[in-house]
Design a protein around this ligand. Structure first.
Ligand SMILES: Nc1ncnc2c1ncn2[C@@H]1O[C@H](COP(=O)(O)OP(=O)(O)OP(=O)(O)O)[C@@H](O)[C@H]1O
Ligand SMILES: [Mg+2]
Length: 276
């Protein structure tokens, strides 16, 4: 076995477990936000599982995972043998709707800098009625993954939420929808929120990203009525530097810490409020 297996250094923070999904229009900063929250919660002693649900994954790069660790990761959706074994689908016809999934994060993830990363690959439409072994396994995994009470699961979604599916919806504590200061991304946010409501996710918060100044903040607040705002992230040149260097933005730009802390606090507050 490799000598450089890394495990999370976690103390029991006593905080409640949290499952956060991040959605929004292409390119708005979903992966960036998921990576920043991963760094924030990790630094607060939380156990963090980051799940990349984008068919062209890049959360690992955003978290600063080195290439050799990324090479050891494969999307679960492409593990045909595993899917067949767990769901019993190789016997044809029927397959199990509650396959065993509890060991999958431990077996098929990699850990870097205290954050565990799992690649889901493409999850097909679940809410709309896709009923296949791969989708069943992935949805059950997202639904049931939650290992300890202080764990934070961050789901970096692929644009919309349809692929998340109704089966997983009841396990998501909060959905963050990311927007840029553009009408198009706000329009998408509204669509995503409606789709989320269709599958039963109602605790939804908006995050504004790539703000160049006050005007952008005003634009987002003015055009996002009906949304509760979790926070606003400034545009930062460090995002490009992080990409070029393959480092985590969380480590590179401390000026984001306040905004991320506010977003994380809003997340925890909304989840606590929803539990009442
Ligand atoms: N606050 C920011 N300031 C400057 N650049 C940013 C910021 N947030 C994200 N970016 C940049 O915007 C681009 C898209 O970000 P990111 O990959 O996080 O978006 P995404 O929504 O996950 O995209 P996709 O839909 O392709 O998955 C990246 O080049 C990223 O570095
Ligand atoms: Mg992304």
């Amino acid at each position: 076995m490799g000598a450089e297996v890394e495990v999370e250094q976690v103390s029991d923070s006593g905080a409640r477990a949290l499952k956060v999904a991040v959605a929004g229009k292409g390119g708005v900063g979903k992966t960036t936000l998921a990576s920043l929250l991963a760094g924030y919660f990790r630094d607060r002693g939380r156990r963090v599982l980051a799940i990349d649900a984008d068919p062209s994954p890049c959360l690992g790069e955003a978290l600063g995972f080195p290439a050799e660790k990324l090479q050891r990761l494969s999307p679960l959706s492409e593990m045909d043998e595993l899917i067949a074994e767990r769901t019993g689908s190789e016997s044809g016809g029927f397959f199990k709707l509650n396959p065993r999934v509890d060991d999958l994060p431990g077996k098929f993830s990699q850990v870097h800098d205290g954050v565990r990363l799992l690649l889901l690959g493409s999850v097909q439409h679940g809410g709309a009625g896709c009923f296949c072994p791969a989708s069943t396994l992935l949805q059950q995994l997202v639904r049931r993954v939650m290992l300890s009470k202080d764990e934070v699961v961050l789901l970096d979604l692929y644009a919309g939420v349809e692929h998340l599916g109704r089966a997983t919806a009841d396990s998501v504590d909060v959905m963050l929808i990311v927007v840029e200061p553009t009408m198009r991304s706000i329009k998408t946010a509204i669509q995503v929120r409606d789709l989320a409501a269709d599958i039963g996710i109602t605790n939804v918060l908006l995050v504004g990203n790539k703000l160049a100044g006050e005007e952008d903040a005003k634009f987002i607040t003015k055009n996002s009525s009906g949304f509760e705002l979790a926070g606003l992230l400034p545009f930062t040149g460090a995002a490009f530097a992080a990409d070029r260097e393959g480092s985590a933005l969380y480590r590179l730009d401390p000026s984001l810490s306040l905004a991320i802390e506010e977003i994380a606090n809003q997340v925890e507050f909304s989840v606590a409020a929803a539990a009442f």
